[in-house]
Design a protein around this ligand. Structure first.
Ligand SMILES: O=P(O)(O)OC[C@H]1O[C@H](O[C@H]2O[C@H](CO)[C@@H](O)[C@H](O)[C@H]2O)[C@H](O)[C@@H](O)[C@@H]1O
Length: 246
């Protein structure tokens, strides 16, 4: 992918940063299914070195759940927010995570039954969230959307979260911006310059927060509708940028 037409490249990571990193489409290339992603060789070591250099002030801020992040980056267990801000594991290792409402398993089975008619469609069990994916089954998009809209009526406090070839059923009340704000009130993030890199619309909430604190927001890709201050072309460019500071 070519660099963004307007936004400048970010400088190399600096010692006084609090660094927040989105995962899919930023650290990792997209894959056909959530489980098929590949962590580039060398990336875990780069993240570890950077975390050390920043005094621990590095966190993943993802739409994935913490369990999925830990599986992907094992044996690394990073400070992280999952489920678009709903879950958070601070530097102290303490986890804050909501519980699914009663009867949620039944809804998951109903979603699987809808997806079964479209080979390639994937239902992702994310605990309190359900991800309805159609990357390998574009014809499933309307049926999955229809299911999600109808399910909302049975889920007080839930809303729909659009993503890249995915729609999620999720509780409201948090986003990547609230997660970054919470980290920034705690050691070792507090008092540092916040920097957040991400590719998706959900990352814009985080961009707003770091911009408001004289930080730096880095769009991965060339999407036009962004408040980001800087840009990198793709996950390969993100890898090279992180490596330059590790
Ligand atoms: O906030 P992120 O870390 O970028 O996570 C966003 C979603 O990423 C995953 O789905 C996306 O990536 C999959 C693997 O490349 C791809 O198959 C899917 O089409 C994408 O939407 C993850 O599965 C979701 O739970 C995250 O919300």
């Amino acid at each position: 992918m070519s660099p963004h037409p307007i936004l400048p490249l970010p400088p190399a990571p600096a010692d006084d940063w609090a660094l927040f990193l989105d995962v899919d489409g930023c650290l990792l290339e997209f894959a056909d299914t959530p489980d098929a992603v590949v962590v580039p060789e060398g990336l875990p070591a780069i993240l570890e070195r950077l975390r050390e250099r920043l005094g621990g002030a590095l966190a993943l801020v993802s739409g994935r759940g913490l369990k999925s992040l830990d599986t992907i980056f094992a044996p690394l267990r990073l400070t992280a927010s999952g489920l678009h801000g709903l879950e958070r594991r601070g530097h102290d290792g303490e986890v804050r995570a909501p519980e699914p409402p009663p009867g949620f398993d039944g809804l998951l089975d109903e979603a699987r039954a809808v997806a079964a008619a479209y080979p390639g469609a994937v239902i992702e069990d994310k605990g309190v969230n359900i991800g309805l994916h159609w990357r390998r089954a574009p014809a499933a998009a309307d049926a999955l959307r229809g299911f999600a809209e109808a399910a909302l009526e049975r889920l007080p406090g839930y809303r729909l979260q659009p993503g890249d070839h995915v729609l999620e059923l999720r509780p409201g009340g948090s986003d990547k911006g609230t997660a970054i704000s919470a980290f920034l009130q705690e050691a070792p993030f507090a008092g540092r310059r916040p920097v957040f890199a991400g590719d998706d619309l959900t990352d814009e909430h985080g961009f707003v927060v770091v911009n408001a604190q004289e930080g730096m927001s880095i769009l991965v890709g060339d999407r036009a509708d962004t408040v980001a201050t800087h840009a990198l072309a793709d996950p390969r460019a993100v890898y090279a940028w992180l490596a330059s500071g590790a």
